[in-house]
Design a protein around this ligand. Structure first.
Ligand code: FES
Ligand SMILES: [Fe+2]
Length: 324
């Protein structure tokens, strides 16, 4: 659908659902984020409904996020006061009673709230044909969640791929989550990566010398990793949401979900642990070149690269040349 923005939107990351912000962060006050190079403003109307607009006024391109939400639930542009609702409909153009409001909408994006996150669709249009498929740990009620946010100086594909890469655990994370593997590993060891396609992405498993550690790693297209940590009878997962900001900057949101130790008093501890693990990855990922992951076949690969090669195939076949 053509919007007032006549340049292609979300190049390389178009027509997908992605978590955009924590629900709690977005109130009546507009919040600006950048997704795949596009500035987006998030806000809520009087009824609490969340909306997302491309953060450029269709009139003179001013950032709408510099404006405010009025009593009518519309976001008012700070320049000449045009007012847009959460679906981008132009409700008022001051001083111009003859102006055709219907010809001058803002570019709205489809939005859903699931669990504690606001998701948006990287395509113009407030309506979307399909809903996002959220991993259980981000969607199910009754779970306690810990959030850790980081900004990495890298192309998002490098960060995403790192999250799907099991054989780095005994090296990068030798003192934390990779420790058990590091201890068991010998010069003769072999790791086998299993991969199973699913409707929403795929599942990877890793076995060291024929012994599966039980951790199950899921890739939810386009940009979420969900790691199920074995804890009998309990739900314990770590998710990494990897969002491109611009080509050299990636927003990483690590979300730990659990159904035990649910008191908020424990949340900072989980958040700290997840942050520590993410910080171990950072230098390695940021040092990768070229910035964007190369197409499959362009770098030497081995058996343990199975899951990351799946990501490369998906990225090159579907996302990389996309625009909305
Ligand atoms: S630039 Fe937004 S109303 Fe003029
Ligand atoms: Fe890692």
């Amino acid at each position: 659908m053509a919007g007032p923005d006549d340049h292609p939107l979300f190049q390389g990351f178009a027509n997908v659902w992605t978590p955009a912000a924590r629900s709690a962060r977005v109130g009546r006050r507009p919040v600006r984020i950048v997704v795949a190079g596009e500035p987006v403003v998030l806000f809520r109307d009087r009824a609490g409904r969340a909306g997302a607009l491309i953060d450029r006024c269709p009139h003179r391109g001013v950032a709408l996020s510099g404006g405010r939400v009025g009593e009518d639930g519309c976001l008012e542009c700070p320049f000449h006061g045009w007012r847009f609702d959460t679906r981008g409909v132009n409700r008022r153009i001051p001083l111009n009673p003859e102006a055709r409001l219907d010809r001058m909408p803002a570019t709205a994006l489809a939005v859903r709230e699931i669990g504690e996150l606001i998701w948006l669709r990287t395509a113009p249009g407030a309506d979307a044909a399909e809903d996002p498929v959220a991993p259980e740990g981000l969607a199910a009620p009754g779970l306690a969640r810990a959030y850790t946010e980081r900004v990495w100086r890298c192309h998002w594909t490098r960060a995403m791929e790192n999250m799907l890469d099991s054989p780095h655990l005994p090296f990068v994370h030798r003192r934390t989550i990779g420790r058990p593997l590091r201890r068991r590993m010998t010069d003769a060891s072999r790791m086998d990566i299993g991969w199973e396609d699913t409707s929403w992405g795929g599942r990877a498993s890793a076995a060291l010398d024929g012994v599966d550690g039980g951790a199950l790693l899921e890739f939810h297209r386009p940009n979420i990793m969900s790691l199920l940590i074995p804890a009998p009878g309990r739900h314990l997962r770590i998710h990494a949401i990897v969002t491109p900001s611009d080509p050299g900057r990636t927003r990483l949101t690590v979300v730990g979900s659990r159904d035990f130790l649910r008191s908020p008093a424990f949340t900072p501890l989980f958040a700290w642990m997840n942050g520590r693990i993410a910080d171990e990855d950072r230098a390695v990922v940021e040092s990768s070149g070229p910035a964007e992951v190369p197409a499959p076949g362009r770098e030497p690969s081995v058996g343990t690269d199975r899951a990351t090669l799946q990501f490369r195939r998906y990225y090159y076949a579907t996302l990389r040349d996309s625009f909305a």
